[in-house]
Design a protein around this ligand. Sequence first.
Ligand SMILES: [Cu+2]
Length: 267
Amino acid sequence: MGKIKKLLPGGIWFLDPPKDISLDGYRIDKVIQYTDFVITLYFAIVVIALVFFIWRYNSRKNPKASYDHGNQKKHLIMTVAMGLLVFFSIDVVIETMSFKDLKEAFWNFPKGKDVVRIEVMPQQYAWNFRYAGEDELFGTDDDIVPSQNIMHIPVNTPIVIQLTTYDVIHSFYLPNFRIKQDATPGMVTAMWFQAMETGQYEIACAELCGNSHFKMKGYLTVESEEDFDSWLGSLEPEGTKDELDDWGAEEVEGVPEFWAWAWKELK
Ligand SMILES: [Cu+2]
């Protein structure tokens, strides 16, 4: 395995996925691992059967072709049985796992005082973030808008994101949280997640959104609640630019003058 790893400096994604530091990311990994397991198993069975029949009916052993109409009833039963086996062991299992995860986690939005709410508005090719400020309302004078591409969150705290886009479709993707959500023109979409570890992580755009899609990168800092509060407190309302140099991030041309929307209550 070591040699293969050297050939692929990025690692092998299913052996070395980005570290999962989220509360619910393990659910996505479990679905992917099950899918990988079951398709590998069935693929192996098909290949073994193929090799077996090539060997069993090779022309040297069977120089003369024989004609056989087979047994129609047997064929029908086998075909239906295999179809049902695949349907129940792949489709039904994956659907059941997925809907359980959606119900228990991803569609089960946290409510309450400790939730941190952030509005996200991507544009070609950068991420804009907005925190509500002291009045807890979005679109008011005390909103905090950090430097472009910079997002901070406290650890062990549920984070609810609402998203829309300034231009084309983008997709907010946190590889270390196994979560992504599209930002779509004309609508506000939402997602939530919770970090279990502090550190610095990548924010990627998961929707091919134009010629510089590849460099649409954001920087997520997960920190203690005290550090998060002091970071937020250190920013002037509607943004300061001081953090850009630390990360080597750049602001793009045409940063929107003003943007925000009233927080949508989630049902
Ligand atoms: Cu994008």
